[in-house]
Design a protein around this ligand. Structure first.
Ligand SMILES: [Zn+2]
Length: 301
């Protein structure tokens, strides 16, 4: 369930929100919010017992509450309750890592009290479908930026830095410079294969370039919050980009040798990384098919 759901989420976020499962209520009820205290003012917040959206990082302190991403709308009540268990200060700022609904649907709830900030392409993509029937209605950021932006909040500089055409065309790394933590959204799936779709402006090779730039720029002792999966380290991120490069290379080489997708799947060319196929996002065969499709598109263009 989780695997197919997450795959679906990143490719067809809008459809998913319209087509609720029959037992949606019970499904939602079973999901709970988990908060984990990290360095300084920071908390890692994720869902357990079901998929309620991507990971959230919260800065909670004297200035109030700032969130990096805000899950699906169905989790907003539980997310607010969890935050207010920690602090009765207002939720003042929401930063969106990219436009996918599992990371930003909570904007609907928080827009009444919070300033929402995202890369300009997040707004552009939301505007394309900003009609009353759309589940993305009412999620528009109030502030957008092109390259980078710095927020001064709870005693530290929080930088939003854009990386072009990686998971989508509106990805931002959110860097808590004093607490030494980066929130990467779906540029990083930890312990599982990633989803990258050209439909959202994503590009697997550019994603590799972006992660290599992050590895060069960010100190080795900084903690890493992936879009999905547990809290990680820069070393985990380094292993992730090695996996991306190896798997792209394997599939590209096989394609150049005239192999079909079916042949590659039969020959299990990515079997070295089977553990990631069990990680919850995509099976090894699904990831292989995605790479085949992405690299085929690239070859033609
Ligand atoms: Zn995504």
């Amino acid at each position: 369930m989780k695997r197919s759901l997450l795959l679906f989420v990143c490719s067809f976020t809008i459809l998913l929100a319209q087509a609720k499962p029959v037992h949606a209520k019970n499904f939602e009820d079973s999901i709970s919010i988990r908060t984990t205290k990290l360095e300084g003012n920071l908390y890692f917040i994720d869902c357990v017992n079901g998929f309620g959206g991507g990971n959230v990082t919260a800065s909670i302190g004297e200035d109030g509450i700032l969130l990096a991403d805000d899950m699906y709308a169905m989790m907003s009540g539980k997310l607010k309750a969890a935050l207010h268990n920690i602090s009765d200060k207002p939720i003042r700022i929401i930063l969106n890592s990219h436009f996918h609904g599992d990371h930003i649907q909570g904007n609907k709830e928080f827009q009444n009290s919070s300033i929402i900030i995202a890369h300009e392409n997040v707004s552009k993509r939301l505007l394309l479908n900003n009609k009353p029937t759309a589940p993305t209605m009412g999620m528009m950021p109030f502030v957008t930026f092109r390259d980078s932006l710095t927020i001064h909040f709870n005693g530290e500089d929080i930088q939003m830095i854009h990386f072009p055409n990686s998971h989508t065309d509106g990805d931002a790394m959110i860097y808590f410079t004093k607490s030494k933590l980066i929130h990467l959204g779906d540029m990083f799936f930890f312990g599982m294969f990633p989803a990258v779709y050209t439909e959202g402006g994503g590009n697997i090779k550019q994603l590799i370039v972006s992660i290599e730039q992050i590895l060069q720029r960010i100190p080795a002792d900084v903690r890493v919050i992936p879009g999905h999966g547990e809290v990680a380290t820069m070393h985990d991120l380094s292993e992730y980009v090695t996996m991306l490069k190896e798997t792209v290379h394997i599939v590209e080489t096989n394609m150049n040798n005239g192999k079909t997708l079916q042949q590659m799947q039969q020959e299990k060319v990515l079997s070295k990384y089977n553990a990631l196929g069990d990680g919850g996002a995509q099976t090894t065969d699904q990831y292989l098919a995605m790479l085949y499709k992405l690299l085929s598109v690239e070859k033609k263009s």
